[in-house]
Design a protein around this ligand. Structure first.
Ligand SMILES: NC(=O)c1ccc[n+]([C@@H]2O[C@H](COP(=O)([O-])OP(=O)(O)OC[C@H]3O[C@@H](n4cnc5c(N)ncnc54)[C@H](OP(=O)(O)O)[C@@H]3O)[C@@H](O)[C@H]2O)c1
Length: 254
């Protein structure tokens, strides 16, 4: 991991859950982490909490559904840091609604964030990596819902699964596009099962262990389990590209 000390990571959705945990572990490993999210107060608190660690945390307020915000965040990174060595496309959401009755605006929020925001961030990171001749690593936080329909949530998950199936395809298409360009940038799709975070509350499901039967007694991963997987991916040599990594809690039933 020594080669990552002082390297630059951009982590989207760094204010909560999986992204926050990834940012913390990367700063502890000595990376300079640019953390993007809308809730700047949370990012600023994280910066304060991490001030005695070996790396750095740079908070940037960024709505990943607004292209100008994403471009400004990467411009700041280009102007103030040495490049981008690692991009973790983590920001993602779902909405508790259905395909038969849901609002178009809810579907659009999920599609804009989970697909378009990820694509724009990826394009900007690849530009910087290529300009600076960095053999970088791009990790898309996907989901088991990007590989199988979650039947127990069928009436609530609407476009989320389609966006995550899209992420599965985007990771592989990006890998092939980079390989065709003889680029050494590596691409990984990391697909968690159920992780204990704020995602269901943010989606309008109530509390994580609340009313929804699917999740009431479901085993969960901790965000740290996913951060540790990121550290594993970073520990692999530049000649190794783990293209898909699926991590479930033991006894997951969907
Ligand atoms: N939790 C699970 O069970 C699970 C399972 C599989 C995959 N995943 C995936 O893991 C990723 C992280 O989810 P999580 O569980 O950690 O969720 P979370 O606790 O709800 O955190 C989501 C993060 O995304 C950010 N975000 C949401 N909308 C945003 C926007 N418009 N612009 C910028 N940032 C935005 C949030 O920050 P702000 O609100 O401050 O902007 C927050 O930092 C997602 O891609 C999710 O699909 C989660």
């Amino acid at each position: 991991m020594e080669q990552w000390i002082g390297a630059v990571a951009v982590v989207t959705g760094a204010s909560a859950g999986i992204g926050e945990s990834i940012a913390i572990e990367l700063v502890k490993k000595g990376l300079k982490v640019v953390g993007l999210a809308r809730r700047i107060d949370r990012l600023n608190k994280l910066k304060e909490d991490l001030k005695n660690e070996s790396g750095e945390f740079h908070p940037i307020k960024c709505d990943m559904t607004i292209e100008e915000d994403i471009l400004a965040a990467f411009q700041w990174t280009r102007n103030n840091l040495s490049g981008v060595n690692l991009l973790v496309n983590n920001a993602g959401t779902l909405r508790n609604t259905s395909l038969t009755e849901g609002k178009t605006s809810d579907w659009k929020t999920v599609i804009d964030l989970n697909l378009l925001g990820l694509c724009i961030a990826t394009r900007e990171a690849v530009k910087i990596m290529t300009e600076k001749n960095i053999a970088g690593l791009i990790i898309h936080i996907n989901s088991v819902a990007g590989h199988y329909p979650i039947s127990s949530m069928a009436s609530q998950i609407n476009v989320y699964g389609a966006t995550k199936y899209g992420v599965t395809n985007l990771a592989e298409t990006l890998r092939l596009e980079l390989a065709a360009k003889k680029s050494n940038i590596r691409v990984t799709s990391l697909s968690p099962g159920y992780v204990k975070t704020e995602i269901l509350e943010a989606a309008g499901f109530g509390t994580m262990k609340g009313t929804d039967e699917t999740f009431k007694d479901a085993p969960t991963l901790e965000p740290l389990d996913i951060s540790n997987a990121i550290l594993y991916l970073m520990s692999t040599p530049p000649s190794v590209n783990v293209t898909e990594l699926t991590i479930r809690p033991t006894r997951e039933t969907f």
